[in-house]
Design a binder for this molecule. Structure first.
Ligand code: PHE
Length: 339
């Protein structure tokens, strides 16, 4: 029996030393020390020994078990160290290597200017409201004092979805939608897309952007409109900017004006940007027509207000000296990256 134990030890020593991964090692452990293992089988046979033989064989058997257990632990530690070494080598990263560049987009010049406009107006206490692009004839025209057959409709021909539903031709319907649900004091702006069935050229697009403004309260005058617009123009184009109001006609404001700013390139002397005029038209404005106030349930004897509407494309083009509107919609990165 002793020989058998010694032979097992010898065999185990050789075999364990040759294992090269933890799974094989575990398999070997089961084969030697497990319930059905070789060593366990020998120990079971000890019953057949004489009482004199038993202590010596028992001691040797324990020694063999301890040796094998020790070898397994040692081997296990060695294999784990090798595995760790390998993993560290494989997962090594070079922190000095150049990183992968993430392509970050940029805001479109239209979006940038819209944001700038909103910032100027919100700093004056205006709230921003939105209105639908698919609009009722009722809001886009009727309630703005533009009945069916009014000639003003011809200049704002748009796309009809049904006879009474259309793509809004201006942001002015938001004035009406606001006054219907909000009682004065009202101080809002509303930027957004508008549509007209215009052919595309350097200064026209069937889709463009406007920003509407509306102030209604007791005692609002044309002076308030002019003062507010002057402050706005100086914020946008610089402190030297001057303002000029020319009489105009809009059905939903009375009196109405077209508003020019002094050319921010030449300061009024006349240049390529202002086409020699010294002035640049930026918006339409006026005092809210009593019919419009009344139609929204606001008494024009008690309240008055002003409204204005500006074309965002026009401001972008003037600001960045862009001479063709189509460039804003072509998504050519060489163009867009310049802003
Ligand atoms: N809605 C007008 C347009 O598109 C502009 C405007 C707005 C004029 C508000 C006066 C008051 O031409």
């Amino acid at each position: 029996m002793k020989e058998l134990l010694l032979a097992i030890r010898q065999k185990a020593e050789a075999e364990l030393a040759a294992t090269c991964d933890e799974a094989t090692l575990e398999e070997a452990r089961v084969r030697y020390l497990g319930k059905k293992g070789e060593l366990t089988a020998v120990l079971r046979g000890m019953g057949k020994l004489t009482p004199e033989e038993r202590p010596a064989v028992g001691q040797l058997a324990n020694e063999v078990r301890e040796t094998i257990e020790g070898l397994i632990a040692e081997r296990k530690a060695a294999l784990q160290a090798v595995a760790l070494e390998k993993k560290l080598k494989e997962e090594k990263i070079d922190v000095t290597a150049p990183g992968k560049k993430i392509a970050v987009g940029e805001r479109h010049p239209l979006a940038k200017v819209e944001e700038e406009l909103c910032t100027i107006f919100t700093s004056m206490g205006f709230d921003i409201v939105e209105g639908p692009e698919v609009e009722y004839d009722h809001y886009n025209f009727e309630k703005l004092n533009i009945p069916k057959d009014h000639p003003a409709r011809d200049t704002q021909d748009t796309f009809y979805i049904t006879e009474n539903i259309l793509l809004r031709s201006q942001t002015s319907p938001v004035q009406v939608r606001t006054m219907e649900v909000q009682k004065p004091p009202i101080r809002i702006i509303s930027p957004g897309r508008v549509y007209r069935s215009d052919a595309v050229d350097a200064t026209h697009s069937p889709v463009f952007h406007q920003l509407e403004g509306l102030v209604v309260d007791k005692g609002i005058t044309m002076g308030d409109l002019k003062g507010m617009l002057e402050y706005f123009a100086k914020q946008l184009f610089g402190a030297d900017t001057k303002l000029r109001l020319r009489p105009h006609h809009f059905p939903f404001t009375e009196p109405s004006a077209e508003v020019d700013v002094s050319c921010f390139v030449c300061g009024g002397k006349g240049c390529r940007v202002c086409k020699g005029e010294g002035w640049i038209e930026i918006l339409g404005a006026g005092m809210v027509h009593p019919n419009v106030l009344r139609g929204c349930g606001i008494d024009p004897e008690v309240y008055s207000g002003f409204a204005f509407g500006l074309g965002i494309e026009r401001i972008v083009m003037r600001k960045y000296n862009i001479d063709d509107m189509r460039l804003l919609y072509e998504n050519d990165l060489r163009f867009l990256k310049q802003f």
